[in-house]
Design a protein around this ligand. Structure first.
Ligand SMILES: Cc1cc2nc3c(=O)[nH]c(=O)nc-3n(C[C@H](O)[C@H](O)[C@H](O)COP(=O)(O)O)c2cc1C
Length: 112
């Protein structure tokens, strides 16, 4: 579970994007192995900000984002975790709105 699993290459080059958003389900308190494999196989150029979100049953913690930062070489500009209880209560919608606003703010900070 802690090993990287291979991910299929994407159809587009990461270099063509203004921002990269990486999403992972939490597996064993950290990254899903396919996401780990994708991150190891695809470097995100330092000029492109990346943000990250995770979905989890209930015990997410921050290990996934820490592991992601260690692989990418820097922290995400914004992070969000949604657990099952958020989906039931509707808090997920507010969390996504906050996350999108944080990603936009990080993008406009860099554009200045
Ligand atoms: C192998 C496996 C390990 C998991 N480990 C965790 C965990 O450590 N903590 C947690 O809160 N949820 C854990 N989950 C629950 C998933 O994070 C959750 O079902 C998933 O984020 C929901 O997204 P999905 O519908 O895209 O799979 C695990 C699920 C699987 C299949």
């Amino acid at each position: 579970m802690k090993r990287p699993w291979p991910a299929k290459p994407g159809a587009h080059s990461i270099a063509d994007y203004d921002v990269v958003i990486v999403g992972t389900p939490i597996w064993s308190w950290t990254l899903n192995p396919v996401i780990r494999g994708w991150l190891r196989d695809n470097s995100i150029p330092t000029r492109i900000p990346y943000a990250a979100f995770a979905t989890a049953g209930g015990a997410a913690g921050s290990r996934a984002f820490e592991e992601m930062a260690a692989i990418v070489g820097r922290k995400a500009v914004a992070t969000m975790t949604i657990v099952d209880a958020d989906r039931k209560s509707g808090e997920d919608v507010r969390a996504i709105e906050r996350f999108v606003a944080d990603v936009r703010a990080a993008g406009s900070d860099r554009a200045q």
